[in-house]
Design a protein around this ligand. Sequence first.
Ligand SMILES: C[S@@+](CC[C@H](N)C(=O)[O-])C[C@H]1O[C@@H](n2cnc3c(N)ncnc32)[C@H](O)[C@@H]1O
Length: 245
Amino acid sequence: MPGPASPLPHAHREIVSFVRRSTRMSESQVRNWDAHHATWVVPLAHRATSTSVADGQLFDQDVVWGRTAPLWLEIGTGNGEACVAIAGRHPEVNYLGFEVFKPSVASALGLVAREGLGNVRLAEVDGVDALRHWIPSGSVDRLITFFPDPWHKARHHKRRLVNPTTAELIADRLRPGGSWHLATDWEDYAVHMREVLDDRTDLVNAYADTGGWAPRPDERPVTRFEQRGLDAGRTIRDLVYVRAS
Ligand SMILES: C[S@@+](CC[C@H](N)C(=O)[O-])C[C@H]1O[C@@H](n2cnc3c(N)ncnc32)[C@H](O)[C@@H]1O
């Protein structure tokens, strides 16, 4: 039997799309966090692990943003470059970025605060868990997953953010007509994404008539991860799937 201080057994069994890394922050990240987290980071209660999201917390846009607007979510915001560029171009939407790695959230906070983006909020949690336990069905207008970790080894494929279980969850959370925008620089993951999403009758490839790959969106800045793929000569693949009504 685990002692009182041991994590609950199920905390070990959950398969997640990230590895836990040191959360040591640089001086500027500490400064960003201290100055800005109260304004831009949504406080969420957890279950057994610090990246989990406890049940029973109301998702209310009026509480989070002080207004109700089209809801755009990003899982894996990294240092926040895409989040800031896209939310900055779309002040009419409420944009919520999920990122498990606290130093990255702190870096993103610096960018969000510099631009003064009132339509952005960040949450330092597993975005999949947040969707499952916090975000209501049919409430999301756009979901963004740019350059998710590829998890190359076959035995790690189950950790990929895009898998049949998360696809079912995301399809449910999208409203009819809502879209899921994905990008990757790994061809086998791109093909895997298409196979998983094409299997669902409630998700439709928006570019099925033109070969299936979506054009690269101008609004996305080239992040470190996209640049790394380009430098290595890899093709960047974008995909857009729309939730059928
Ligand atoms: C390869 S990086 C890409 C970051 C960013 N999207 C970009 O294009 O620069 C993947 C990011 O996703 C985060 N991540 C992975 N799984 C996650 C999850 N389930 N919820 C939130 N963040 C996640 C990682 O911590 C990492 O910052």
